[in-house]
Design a protein around this ligand. Structure first.
Ligand SMILES: Nc1ncnc2c1ncn2[C@@H]1O[C@H](COP(=O)(O)OP(=O)(O)OP(=O)(O)O)[C@@H](O)[C@H]1O
Length: 250
């Protein structure tokens, strides 16, 4: 359902994404892991059809994200980094706006809006301007808009960023609930999140894929802990190599 095939992206000569390839099938929740600046958001933006790759192909539900962008995006819910871009709109208005653009109207529009706001737990905040919401509620407004049309593919860039622990649990539960019918790619820096809800982890550093496996397989390559594996796999090239790969850096 999601396919990155040798994606390459340069910014002013800097190679941000370097021949990245992986796939996500229906029923999978795949974690996209990597240090700051590794190339996660850039890859996700290319998969979402928001950024053109220099070369390689991004496919959503077998549709090319650039040659066939509108059809690909019809199958996709994308939560970008940060907050929705319309601070004077309410969260409800923002969700309705997105649904209308996708052709929803009348009772279907009302029902899809109600379900999305409910699933993202907006509560009374649904009718306040987005600009007046806290960071966590802004994030939830964006999440509601991403899932409102019940797409088969979700690309969620740090979906729990800015949420308090209870709300993090709520979003994880929502992702787990949606997982059987969807292909879901999430980026996160929270390794407990990966163990709690992801069936696979793709690790990226310096724009290149370092490992693609189940969380247990990734953890096993460095003594059984995801944190140690993350450190070993994403260690800057200039760092000295530790003789025992099973030991995390201090
Ligand atoms: N629009 C842009 N113009 C120039 N450089 C960019 C642009 N977007 C990203 N980059 C660079 O590309 C590299 C990858 O950035 P990206 O945002 O994809 O990383 P990331 O893995 O999502 O990081 P983080 O975990 O901090 O969100 C970085 O070096 C970043 O500075």
């Amino acid at each position: 359902m999601i396919r990155a095939d040798r994606l390459i992206k340069r910014f002013a000569g800097h190679l941000a994404v370097d021949e990245v390839s992986f796939q996500v099938e229906r029923g999978e929740v795949v974690a996209f892991l990597g240090p700051n600046g590794a190339g996660k958001s850039t890859t996700m933006r290319m998969l979402a059809g928001c950024l053109e790759p220099d070369s390689g192909q991004a496919l959503i539900a077998d549709f090319d994200c650039h040659l066939n962008r509108r059809t690909a995006q019809a199958h996709l819910g994308y939560l970008p980094e940060g907050a929705p871009a319309y601070p004077s709109m309410t969260a409800r208005g923002f969700v309705r706006f997105g649904l209308r653009a996708r052709g929803y109207s009348g009772a279907n529009l009302d029902e899809a809006t109600r379900v999305a706001l409910d699933r993202a737990r907006l509560g009374a905040m649904a009718d306040k301007p987005i600009g007046a919401l806290s960071k966590g509620y802004k994030r939830r407004a964006a999440l509601a808009a991403a899932i409102a049309h019940d797409p088969p593919v979700l690309i969620l860039d740090e979906p729990t960023d800015g949420l308090d622990p209870n709300q993090k649990d709520g979003v994880r539960a929502l992702i787990t609930e949606m997982a059987p019918k969807k292909a879901i790619l999430i980026s996160t820096h929270l390794l407990d999140e990966v163990e709690a809800m992801c069936s696979r982890a793709v690790v990226i550093a310096d724009g290149r894929i370092k490992m693609d496996g189940t969380p247990a397989e990734v953890a096993r390559m460095a003594g059984g802990s995801l944190e140690s594996a993350f450190r070993v796999l994403t260690r800057p090239l200039a760092d000295p190599v530790i003789s025992d790969a099973a030991e995390p850096r201090s």
